[in-house]
Design a protein around this ligand. Structure first.
Ligand SMILES: Nc1ncnc2c1ncn2[C@@H]1O[C@H](COP(=O)(O)OP(=O)(O)OP(=O)(O)O)[C@@H](O)[C@H]1O
Ligand SMILES: Nc1ccn([C@@H]2O[C@H](COP(=O)(O)O)[C@@H](O)[C@H]2O)c(=O)n1
Ligand SMILES: [Mg+2]
Length: 191
């Protein structure tokens, strides 16, 4: 049987990864797995042994050890029974990347990385607006600064790594562009 096909979706906090993933699911039949959502789900499980650890990492905008995140991703992939995945917000640092390669390198095919570009000030405005109703513990200015710092120091080098492998497909998700306008560009990447 063919290996599952994976598209990683990366971009700054609030760049619109989740928004575009929803549209890709509707148009192209992918299964959307957000690493952040999987971690929040695990954190909210009272029986979880790593719930408190995840809570602390998320609040500090730090990247949870890959053994936890990749374990949750693989479990969700298997449980879905599907074969085309958008993995949103992963790999976010070198630990994520090497952990994925070790655990999933032989089991899945990474087709490309969809990179959503968006200026920090636009992302900040969006996240603070979302924070009024999201209930996310990290949608506040203090956590957000830490998330951006992590993004710049740890995630941007991962995008560069995939760029060197010519696996990055970049879209402009920024200023004055509606989600539908952004999606018009995203579509080209999937057709
Ligand atoms: N092109 C856009 N124009 C205006 N608002 C947008 C656009 N794309 C997404 N948004 C809004 O910005 C907020 C953040 O979007 P989204 O949740 O998709 O980002 P994300 O990259 O998944 O963020 P995070 O990394 O924090 O999970 C949401 O409230 C969403 O509705
Ligand atoms: N690979 C990942 C992805 C996410 N996290 C943690 O979750 C937070 C929220 O992620 P979103 O993609 O939903 O914004 C993020 O700031 C990290 O704390 C992670 O550790 N590893
Ligand atoms: Mg998201």
């Amino acid at each position: 049987m063919a290996k599952p096909r994976v598209v990683f979706v990366l971009g700054a906090p609030g760049s619109g990864k989740g928004t575009q993933c929803e549209k890709i699911v509707q148009h192209f039949g992918y299964t959307h797995l957000s690493a952040g959502d999987l971690l929040r789900q695990e954190r909210n499980d009272p029986a979880s042994e790593v719930g408190q650890l995840i809570h602390n990492y998320i609040k500090e905008g730090k990247i949870v050890p890959v053994e936890i995140t990749c374990g949750l991703i693989e479990k969700a992939m298997v449980k879905s029974g599907k074969s085309k995945f958008l993995i949103d917000g992963f790999p976010r640092n070198h630990d994520n990347l090497s952990g994925w390669n070790e655990q999933m390198g032989e089991k899945a095919e990474v087709a490309f990385v969809l990179f959503v570009e968006c200026p920090e000030e636009v992302c900040t405005e969006r996240i603070l607006k979302r924070g009024q109703s999201s209930g996310r513990t990290d949608d506040n200015i203090e956590s957000l600064r830490k998330r951006f710092n992590t993004y710049t120091k740890e995630t941007v080098p991962i995008v560069r790594h995939y760029d060197q492998l010519e696996k990055v497909r970049k879209i402009n998700g920024g200023t004055g562009r509606t989600p539908d306008e952004v999606f018009e560009d995203v579509k080209q990447m999937f057709q």
